[in-house]
Write a protein that binds this ligand. Structure first.
Ligand code: IVH
Length: 675
């Protein structure tokens, strides 16, 4: 078929665009667009070229995956080409793949080895007589860069294979990557030294392996998992006779690192079950993955299936929905939180990312908007990962239109028009309207009603908005004036739920002083502080009259919190609301001061790992114990904090895996000083 003008121009444009992104990604290690966008452009070009084979040129990105080796490294020719993988983006794609494989092999069932798709870079390691003689990057699949010096610095790569039965020549392939913890550490170190920040672990791994100076590579937390084989010669080439999973077993025997997440599964159903299992655990894995890989397990079947152009017919990458996508930022609105904090929120052209459609994403605060140079009209990269609030990561500068508008934090609150102030040294701007501000009032009521505060069942966010719109809630105490008739008139409110809510309100009035204090929403007074205040003072009256210096003596209360508490109770409006709440029935048992509970860290378990600059381990331990904490030697799910010093051991890794809060030395000292 002859190509129309439009199609052939599109092909040229796509090649140019892909070449640009390829350069950013592979050569500069600084991608401009999310991978998903690159993949999309690539697929577009692929399908156009399939339609018009005559227009395929040798320099098309489809004919060459990856960039040419950098000049300074010598080139390595891959005896067996390093192939890439075909992709599936949904379950239908997996079923098609499986069906085609069954047809080609003339079988009804196939066993697959399922593994995680690590987000790093592929390398080849060549062992001769058991000794590592060469390491190379994948490059364009046919030849890559000689990075022997660099791979030798990676601890998880053996310099000599274990045992004596490895083949005379064994070339294995695997993925070099950086774990989440390693990535965080690396970027922290880079910041401390004024170096550049890496955008993601993949780029950090690629940038680290392709260093001309192996000493730099050695200082980077690179790791490897082996998942494939290249050239094999000599006695033990029977490893090629059985299954892929048996081959991995042998690799493990020889001291090569393979992924612990590898499983054998039957047919498409088994693969899909594996995908779902990994997807559910994705955020808990210690490294980032962008999907899973299925490989036909029998090696003779792999051979029979062979390869097409750049990918084998016996393997498939089943990709996760991308966690980063591109979209247009249509506007920036300012949201007012419970304590008056103003947060700029991006209004976006709806975009499907991380498995959901996103229309809003946080920009955090004005400093962040400025740092990222985000402007209205820009094309931005949006990230949504797991349960984390979607955020604007960066601007795609090459897509910036001529006329963009900059964002400026308003000087007056967009909700109540009170003055906005930004306390020195803080990143947050705040509305000074207090409960006069409808946004703050509503948020304060939502907080008051929430489970860990007064726990008023049935009083959800929407209902609070509705009641406030009707002018029924000028302050918190109005909640306890609500009558059945008031509620019955509201939209979507049945008689039964109205009655339930009245009952819940009544029930919530018998509470504890700690809950009540927390519910009031005093700035920086969380549950723990509220408990401390209640325990120490016993009575609300005492607390309301306490001077700042006295408050500071309370465990868990520093000068900032003491100031906030003092100011809160000085405010006549707040005192009035409290009085009304009590008058309308709020009650709690009068407290007995419990000295044991007063220990600020009682009930908390700490584990120490690595060395601290400022004190020895015994001293740190004594300090913690003096504050009521327990200090133990090993990390478990019950551990509250792990203090991580220089050169931490496996405890840090364990903590990372279990999601235990880790404190570096600075945070640890801060915690001690606050007590
Ligand atoms: S197998 C012939 N297995 O994904 C098969 N690749 O998109 C070649 N990758 O270049 C690769 N995890 O860098 C394989 N478990 C895994 C993988 C994996 C990550 C990377 C690898 C490859 C790319 C293809």
């Amino acid at each position: 078929m002859a190509a129309g003008d439009q199609d052939s121009r599109r092909i040229v444009a796509l090649r140019e665009e892909l070449a640009h992104h390829n350069h950013c990604y592979y050569v500069l290690d600084a991608p401009e667009v999310p991978d998903a966008e690159y993949d999309r452009l690539f697929r577009q070009l692929q399908s156009l070229e399939e339609k018009y084979p005559a227009l395929v040129t040798p320099d098309s990105p489809t004919q060459r995956v990856g960039a040419k080796p950098l000049k300074a490294f010598s080139e390595v020719h891959h005896g067996v080409p390093m192939l890439s993988l075909a992709n599936a983006f949904d379950e239908g794609g997996v079923k098609d793949f499986h069906r085609r494989a069954c047809e080609r092999l003339g079988v009804e069932h196939i066993d697959y080895s399922c593994e995680t798709k690590l987000d790093g870079l592929a390398v080849s390691l060549l062992y001769e007589n058991g000794v590592l003689v060469r390491g190379a990057t994948r490059g364009d699949g046919r030849s890559g860069e000689d990075v022997t010096q660099n791979v030798r610095t990676i601890d998880s790569i053996p310099l000599r294979l274990l045992g004596k039965d490895a083949p005379r020549v064994l070339e294995v392939r695997g993925e070099v990557f950086i774990s989440r913890a390693g990535f965080a550490r690396l970027n922290r170190a880079q910041r401390a030294e004024g170096g550049k920040q890496f955008a993601n672990p993949r780029n950090a791994a690629a940038g680290s392996l392709r260093q001309l100076d192996p000493r730099i590579t050695a200082a980077r937390p690179l790791e490897i998992y082996i998942y494939g084989v290249g050239v094999v010669e000599g006695p033990a080439d029977e490893i090629l006779a059985g299954t892929y999973s048996a081959m991995l077993e042998r690799f493990r025997d020889w001291g090569l690192r393979t992924s612990p997440e590898t499983r054998v599964a039957r047919d498409a159903e088994g693969c899909i079950a594996y995908y779902r299992d990994i997807m559910a655990r994705r955020d808990k894995l210690p490294y980032e993955i962008d999907g899973v890989v299925y490989k036909v397990n029998r090696l003779d079947q792999q051979d029979a299936l062979g390869a097409v152009s750049r990918a084998p017919r016996w393997a498939l990458a089943h990709k996760f929905p991308a966690q980063e996508e591109m979209t247009v930022l249509k506007g920036i609105e300012v949201q007012v939180g419970r304590t008056g904090t103003l947060t700029p929120v991006a209004r976006l052209e709806p975009v499907f990312v991380g498995g959901a459609t996103v229309t809003n994403a946080t920009l955090h605060n004005q400093d962040e908007v400025k740092r990222k140079d985000v402007r209205i009209g820009d094309t931005v990269v949006v990230r949504r990962a797991g349960d984390v609030i979607p955020e604007v990561v960066s601007v795609v500068m090459s897509k910036r239109p001529k006329h963009t508008r900059r964002f400026k934090m308003p000087e007056r609150c967009p909700v109540c028009d009170s003055k906005v102030e930004r306390p020195e040294g803080e990143s947050a701007a705040r509305c000074t309207g207090g409960l006069y501000c409808a946004a703050q009032r509503r948020e304060a009521i939502k907080h008051f009603a929430s489970r860990r505060a007064m726990d008023i069942e049935g009083l959800g966010d929407k209902l609070v908005d509705q009641l406030d719109e009707q002018g029924m809630l000028s302050d918190l105490s109005d909640l306890y004036r609500l009558k059945l008739e008031d509620l019955a008139g509201l939209e979507r409110m049945g008689e039964k739920s109205a009655k339930n809510l009245i009952d819940a309100l009544k029930k919530s009035q018998s509470t504890t002083l700690a809950r009540f204090l927390y519910a009031l929403g005093i700035r920086d007074v969380g549950e723990t502080t509220a408990r401390s205040l209640a325990n120490y003072c016993g009575k609300l009256e005492t607390l309301m009259h306490a001077e700042e210096e006295v408050l500071q003596e309370i465990p868990d209360v520093g000068p900032v919190v003491a100031g906030n508490v003092h100011t809160f109770f000085r405010e006549s409006h707040n005192r009035q609301v409290i009085r009304k709440l009590i008058k309308r029935g709020m009650n709690w048992p009068e407290g007995v001061v419990d000295r044991d509970k007063l220990q600020p860290l009682s009930g908390k378990t700490f584990v120490l790992t690595g060395t601290l600059d400022s004190m020895g381990r015994d001293e740190a331990k004594a300090k913690l114990q003096a504050l009521g904490a327990k200090v133990t030697g090993s990390v478990s799910a019950k551990t509250s904090y792990v203090v991580v010093g220089v050169d931490p051991g496996s405890k840090a890794t364990k903590a990372e895996q279990l999601g235990v809060v880790m404190l570096d030395e600075k945070a640890f000292l801060k915690l001690l000083s606050k007590k």
